[in-house]
Design a protein around this ligand. Structure first.
Ligand code: F6P
Length: 367
């Protein structure tokens, strides 16, 4: 029997480049300290809740070199909310039940001193509720959308922007050859950070984001101007959560029990159809990037941010800073309460300097 104190780590919600770098950061900091051991719950809290339990003691072999690897070695899920846990009835239908008391009991009986939850807004709300039930929770923020308000930036975001920009560059050359309108749809449910950054980095003519509902007449005007002035091609980047003024977001309700999310995706095709029905001088094509934005190896910035957040999370374990989340603010790592961290989204304000930059670069927001 080991006399070391035990810490549990899990990853929840959509994956994101940098998750493994956080896990390795925590593991190495723990090893350096010498008094703790790190366990991983497989597939968010499902590992603790499942029978038999699926938790694993992390060691050198499991964590070696994983900072360069995308995804998460301990798996993740959108359907692991212990307060709204999906169960299948005998007739095959799904419902959800509250398994939080059972989870709290199990965590206590396993003797964990702290639980580090690496996840986005939904996961940190779960962390807060578990903290209120007495679980020593610590949060590490994660999302490629960069929509968490308590931290200036989340790891994974810069990698997603780099991937989107590389692919946008490829669409520009083919748009130019064919004199086409190319629409590239990127992720961003509530916030258009990936779209805005890609538009500036890639030199888009039009950038459509959830924060600024678009007007088709304005978009058509911008396209026509490009064709009349002889440029004759247009590159548009659109966030999946963008919508037409007085319109609806394009997506469908999730069919997975326990997953509250509307599945977004398709607004790029919607826009293509709308542009096609209103003009006949430009051919339009849409590319939906989807999950390629979340896959693969994190860029150096995200590896560094993720690693340092892992190290900070373990400092917080030792300092018993429970009910709090790591945050990156003004180039420093700080802590914020989980409550504060999940209060509001980090959406783009219209006076943000990047909106101003884009406008002065001639980018239209379609409004
Ligand atoms: O929250 C991050 C995100 O990338 C969103 O932009 C997107 O809508 C969502 O995940 C899709 O996640 P999944 O396909 O895993 O449900």
């Amino acid at each position: 029997m080991s006399d070391k104190k035990k810490v549990l780590v899990l990853t929840g919600g959509g994956d994101c480049p940098g998750l493994n770098a956080v896990i390795r950061g925590i593991y190495k900091a723990i090893k350096y300290d010498g008094n703790y051991e790190l366990w991983g719950s497989i597939e968010a809290f499902n590992g603790v809740l499942s029978e038999p339990m699926d938790i694993v003691k992390l060691d050198d072999d499991l964590t070696r070199g994983i900072h360069v690897k995308g995804g998460t070695i301990i798996k993740t899920t959108n359907r692991g909310n212990p307060f709204d846990y999906p169960v299948q009835s005998e007739d095959g239908t799904w419902t959800t039940i509250n398994r939080s008391d059972e989870l709290v009991e199990k965590i206590k009986s396993l003797g964990f001193e702290a639980v580090i939850n690496i996840g986005g807004d939904g996961s940190q709300k779960i962390s807060q509720h578990l903290f209120e039930k007495g679980v020593p929770m610590i949060g590490v923020p994660k999302t490629i959308d960069n929509d968490l308000s308590a931290t200036d930036v989340t790891f994974g975001f810069s990698t997603a922007v780099q991937i989107a920009t590389n692919l946008f560059d490829k669409l520009v050359t083919t748009a130019e050859s064919h004199r086409r309108v190319m629409i590239m749809e990127v992720m961003g449910r509530d916030a258009g950070w990936i779209a805005l950054h890609t538009a500036i980095a890639g030199g888009a003519e039009i950038c459509l984001i959830p924060e600024i509902p678009f007007n088709l007449d304005q978009i058509l005007k911008s396209i026509e101007k490009r064709y009349v002035t002889g440029k004759g091609f247009v590159n548009i980047v659109i966030a999946e959560g963008a919508k037409e003024a007085e319109g609806e977001v394009v997506g469908s309700k999730s069919i997975d029990a326990g997953d509250a999310h509307v599945k977004l995706g398709g607004v790029g095709n919607y826009l293509r159809a709308r542009i096609e029905e209103r003009q006949n001088f430009a051919q339009v094509r849409t590319t939906i990037l989807g999950h390629v934005q979340r896959g693969g190896t994190p860029i150096a910035f995200d590896r560094i941010l993720a690693t340092s957040m892992g190290v900070k999370a373990f400092d917080m374990v030792k300092e018993k800073q429970f009910g709090k989340m790591v945050a990156y603010k003004n180039h420093r790592l700080e802590t914020v309460t989980l409550k504060e961290a999940t209060n509001t989204y980090n959406v783009i304000s219209l006076d943000h300097y990047l909106v101003e930059t884009a406008r002065k670069m001639g980018v239209s927001f379609g409004n």
